[in-house]
Design a protein around this ligand. Structure first.
Ligand code: E4P
Length: 216
């Protein structure tokens, strides 16, 4: 299972890289705005900066919502760096644009996916990744991890190449649940990744080993 970090914060990306477990980055317009990245030039520079830190795919989201606009923006984003994956929303023109971009060899991440039907369309269009948003489903009393498991089953049955990228992860347990469900990738903020490290018995055990070593 690949680990992507879901942030536009360069320090957090560096910290996850230093841990040695990072396979890529996902961003979205809200995450870029949170870091104060505004204006075309700054946005472009920021994507390139991220690509230079991380060794793996970096999702950059289009703003356009019409076919021509998505394709134009997607091609420009893809030309920025070989690691860029064009993130396209699950809308009618988005599906058409994913088909167009993927037929030109441009990697795509179909975002804002909340149902198996949407995931089937993304795979049929040739998306490199499909991003079911599990936390946002949990927020409305719908099991997000269950959706990931269903998409994984469908994709395996039909041998679709699209990778299931579990997104909108809120805590460490979401990560392990997505691993059990067979997600190809999880993308999450730094905190849930660090949450995987913690176990009180590890701390107690280490303290005892070190105390015994000091006594010896
Ligand atoms: C995925 O690519 C999205 O950027 C992200 O996971 C959305 O997460 P949120 O629901 O916490 O905003």
């Amino acid at each position: 299972m690949k680990f992507f970090i879901d942030t536009a914060n360069l320090d957090e990306i560096r910290e996850a890289m230093d841990l040695g477990i990072l396979d890529g980055v996902t961003t979205n317009p809200s995450l870029m705005a949170k870091e104060g990245i505004k204006g075309e030039e700054s946005i472009i520079k920021h994507y390139v900066d991220i690509c230079e830190i991380v060794d793996g795919d970096v999702s950059a989201e289009v703003i356009a919502t019409d076919f021509d606009g998505i394709v134009k923006e997607g091609e420009a984003l893809a030309a920025l760096h070989p690691q860029i994956v064009v993130k396209v929303p699950m809308i009618k023109d988005g599906v058409k644009a994913i088909k167009h971009l993927s037929s030109k060899g441009i990697k795509t991440n179909c975002t804002l996916v909340f149902s198996t039907g949407q995931a089937i369309l993304a795979a049929k269009a040739g998306a490199t990744y499909v991003s079911p948003f599990i936390g946002r489903l949990d927020d409305i009393s719908t099991d997000g991890v269950e959706l990931v498991a269903q998409i994984v089953d469908i994709y395996r049955y039909y041998e679709f190449d699209t990778e299931v990228l579990a997104a909108s992860i809120r805590h460490a347990m979401h990560i392990t649940q997505c691993a059990e469900a067979g997600a190809d990738v999880v993308t999450c903020p730094l905190k849930p990744i660090m949450g995987l490290l913690k176990h009180p018995l590890t701390d107690i055990g280490l303290e005892k080993f070190l105390a015994d070593h000091r006594k010896a």
